[in-house]
Design a protein around this ligand. Structure first.
Ligand code: HEM
Length: 231
């Protein structure tokens, strides 16, 4: 039992961190021109617009929630006047909205990939592995928020999961905190580390290439060749 929890909650996270960093360096050096989301927008655009927007905005909001819930200690939120019941109310409402948007967007994206043959044909085994991990992650994440915290008996993950998570980064890993967490929190966290390990080898590298400079000055301007038709 101790061996299993040391493996899952110490060895797995640190191995995933090493693979994440080394994998990105390797990919940048040896596959710079393959560093892309491999967009299929030209093959199908309507489902993509709905699925992609819902998934990405939902995921961004959920990541914001993780920063608040996992990285910021309870004492700090309390010091700025957010009590524990207030925090859980905010996280139940905002977390449910984020999680539902993310899951609905993800279902649209996967259905699109299965339904349109030409999109399906662009799907690689690494994509399938990424989708399986993402499905586990966001499905179980939403279950934690809805079934456990919003409508269930609740579980104070800020006293266990969050302390274990922060401990990894200050070289004070405490696997026993995760070993006693409910199983859906354990599978969610383990799937997250597996996803980080896979990240540099997948199309997820596109996350680090947001063309922020375009906000100030776009290098490519698309203009209509003919004036738009008046209706
Ligand atoms: C080791 C890293 C992670 C840990 C420890 C973790 C932990 C948690 C916890 C405790 C919750 C429940 C929040 C609540 O009930 O208020 C949650 C929810 C959720 N997680 Fe994670 N998570 C991790 C990584 C990820 C990743 C990489 C994703 C991918 C997008 C993700 C997606 C979600 C979603 C969609 C929800 C439900 C919506 C929300 O509450 O924000 N998680 N996670």
């Amino acid at each position: 039992m101790r061996l299993a929890s040391t493996f899952l909650w110490v060895v797995l996270p640190y191995s995933a961190m090493v693979l994440f960093v080394a994998g990105h360096i390797w990919r940048y050096r040896y596959d710079k021109f393959g560093w892309t989301s491999r967009s299929t927008q030209l093959l199908e655009g309507r489902w993509l617009a709905w699925g992609s927007n819902l998934f990405h905005y939902g995921a961004l909001a959920a990541i914001g929630g993780h920063v608040l819930g996992m990285l910021i200690p309870t004492q700090l939120t309390q010091a700025v006047g957010v009590s524990e019941p207030d925090y859980h109310l905010i996280s139940a409402v905002a977390g449910s909205a984020a999680g539902i948007a993310c899951v609905v967007g993800f279902v649209i994206l996967v259905a699109r990939r299965a339904y349109f043959p030409r999109v399906r044909r662009t799907t690689t085994p690494i994509d399938v592995a990424t989708y399986v991990l993402l499905a586990l992650l966001i499905g179980l994440g939403l279950a934690e928020t809805l079934a456990v915290n919003a409508f269930g008996g609740g579980y104070n993950y800020r006293d266990s999961v969050a302390i274990w998570f922060r401990g990894l980064f200050i070289l004070d890993p405490r696997p026993q905190l995760m070993a006693t967490a409910p199983i859906i929190y354990q599978v969610h966290a383990a799937a997250a580390w597996l996803l980080y390990a896979l990240w540099p080898f997948s199309r997820l590298v596109h996350v680090w290439s947001i063309p922020l400079q375009y906000i100030g000055r776009p290098y490519i301007l698309y203009r209509r060749r003919y004036p738009a038709l008046r209706r």
